[in-house]
Design a protein around this ligand. Sequence first.
Ligand code: AMP
Length: 445
Amino acid sequence: MWRNTRTTRAVSLGGPHKGHPGQRATLAGVKVLVIGGGAREHALCRSLSLDPDVTALHCAPGNAGIAEVAELHPVDQLDGDAVARLATELGADLVVVGPEAPLVAGVADAVRAVGIPVFGPSREAAQLEGSKAFAKDVMAGAGVPTARSYVCTTPEEIDEALDAFGAPYVVKDDGLAAGKGVVVTEDVEQARAHALACDRVVIEEYLDGPEVSLFAITDGVTVLPLRPAQDFKRALDGDEGPNTGGMGAYSPLPWADPKLVDEVMDSVLQPTVDELRRRGTPFSGLLYAGLAITGRGVRVIEFNARFGDPETQVVLARLKTPLAGVLLNSANGTLDDQAPLSWSDDAAVTVVVASHNYPETPRTGDPIEGLDAIAEQDAPHAYVLHAGTKRDGDAIVSAGGRVLSVTATGTDLAQARERAYAAVGRIRLDGSQHRTDIARKAAEA
Ligand code: AMP
């Protein structure tokens, strides 16, 4: 089992305790179980493994890279009872749910029901991501600025909505679609075809302007924003090709207004958390606001109910505050006890290496080479976070569409980019693809 080599000791988790009956202010080390198996979970596990308060780290199901910092458990991440049983067996002090699907399936509720603190919202609150229509309703209630939209279920409603907004058309499957349920197109036939293929569809006004991802950690009352990042959704350079789960990211955003975070806190994050609490579905965990900076101001494109992938890779690369205490304060409802977060001035860039034919029908089972060379030549400034990988004998092979997130830090974006791409250049994965323009414009600005 992976164990932190530092000695176990009583630790204070993030600042003076203001007194919450039944909550523990100190712990003799924290045992953490992370649920998920992508590069986001590898980034979470990496940060947790560097946290001196963490004395044991487990992950289910994990991947070949996570296995280097955590003990893996082959548990179905969508099975709440199985996850709760595992957490109990391990004596976990904290369960961190990474992906959206287990949250929407109620895994956080199952863990909470056995009395273990969990970072992640309830099934009901996760509808903020699980249903675009629910998210629109919450935004309307909270007065949060977003695109005007219609929820449609019939061909007539679809045609009416497409006519009302005109091109470019934005058509969103109401349910979860792993980042691939959204079509943005000039072609009305393509827009109509996608809309007709969905049971329930949201058709909305096109928002013009650069996109920003802003994450906030919340316990349902207090909201703690992280640093903004930008991701790259399209498969090909120059934002061409189909939408993907994300092909790269960077932080900070030198072009953004320094007041952006405060503005989004006031106009989006706090009102949304307050509205969800008011409705009886308090949201704790990670609230992710996908924003468009339009000529008429900031607009919410979407909410997610968990850390974003690949933005997490760059945001956590810059976070200096040990992670476990922050997540535990969210899980325990004690975030008002959290000391201010501390951030590195470094920039961070992550480049996703994807398999042949991603996002359509990604090929898997190809051997990955060059990982040792990166560990020897590029660490500690550049490192590889695994997404779809698994061990096959002595080899590490691809096991999904997005395979690796190659992450690097530097004194500025130009240096972080250079280091990330130098490391990407050492990877050998037959038929693989990556974008060559992650953070380029921002680094040149
Ligand atoms: P979503 O899954 O809602 O984040 O959408 C995926 C991507 O589609 C976003 O990151 C945007 O690039 C694009 N998109 C979604 N909604 C809009 C919109 N209303 N206007 C312009 N682009 C959008």
